[in-house]
Design a protein around this ligand. Structure first.
Ligand code: IPD
Length: 256
């Protein structure tokens, strides 16, 4: 993969914020609530500040959409979509499954995705049409072709109630597959589909910053990403289904 100037800056920002996050595990000084179960920590905010500062230093005229702050709309056709910590609840409990997610849109289309897991020192990178890598090595989705052998992941969005439809999807799929994990970082779950650790992932009510970078990483690793009904997915859609392609229609059947 040719490392473009955008990729270089995204990688630098992901490593710098990842280090800050790793050093802050167990040392959070402030937690506030965006909802009953939806928290933000001082570390989300400092990670975000650092990433935005590094990006705008390199590309002062670009726009920014980031989870914890107001969007910056400069009118540029380039817009960075950032989750400074995807898996904040895990991070707050020192459960080591969270990441930094940085994507670049050109005219609304994702052209670059970088996801960094600072605890495992794993960096997933994809450029549109250039494939996907994990720590510099090309990655590809798994070859499992029967849902009954599938190792899947999902997540439950904040503000869940007993009537949440995903509980129904979860119980249906649980008895049709080998196993399901709910680890708490949509971006990392998607990257795990990309590198073949999971065979599929689905979730409802996601935000653009949760899936922007990692959905490109799955596609570039030859996976398939759609809405639950199999129709084309953009990171502005709420519900995502990402698989190795081979079990996709079997999952669409259950979810749609
Ligand atoms: C959350 C995580 C979680 C998913 C939630 C997301 P955040 O992102 O990705 O796995 O279930 O829907 O909002 O809030 O930790 O950045």
């Amino acid at each position: 993969m040719t490392i473009s100037k955008y990729t270089k800056v995204a990688i630098r920002a992901a490593y710098a914020s990842g280090l800050l996050i790793k050093r802050s595990v167990g040392k959070i000084s402030n937690v506030s609530y965006k909802g009953r179960d939806n928290i933000v920590t001082n570390v989300d905010r400092s990670s975000e500040e650092l990433i935005i500062k590094m990006i705008l230093r390199a590309f002062p005229d670009h726009s920014i959409l980031s989870e914890e702050s107001s969007p910056i709309d400069s009118g540029s056709r380039y817009r960075w979509v950032i989750d400074p910590i995807d898996g904040t609840t895990n991070f707050a409990h020192a459960f080591p499954f969270f990441c930094v997610s940085i994507a670049l849109e050109e005219s609304g289309k994702i052209i670059l995705g970088v996801v960094y897991d600072p605890m495992r020192d794993e960096i997933f990178i994809a450029g549109q049409g250039r494939g996907a890598t994990l720590n510099g090595k090309k990655i590809k989705v798994s070859r499992v072709d029967k849902l009954s052998n599938g190792f899947l992941a999902t997540g439950f969005s904040y503000g869940i109630t007993r009537k949440d439809r995903n509980i129904m999807h979860f119980s249906k799929l649980l008895v049709k597959t080998q196993a399901i994990r709910r680890a708490g970082s949509a971006a990392l779950d998607l990257c795990y589909v990309a590198c073949g650790r999971f065979d599929g992932f689905w979730e409802m009510n996601l935000h653009p910053w949760d899936s922007a970078a990692a959905s490109l990483i799955v596609r570039e690793a030859k996976g398939v990403v759609t809405k639950f009904d199999g129709k084309s997915y953009s990171h502005y859609d709420k519900n995502i289904l990402a698989t190795n392609g081979r079990i996709h229609s079997q999952m669409v059947k259950v979810l749609s």
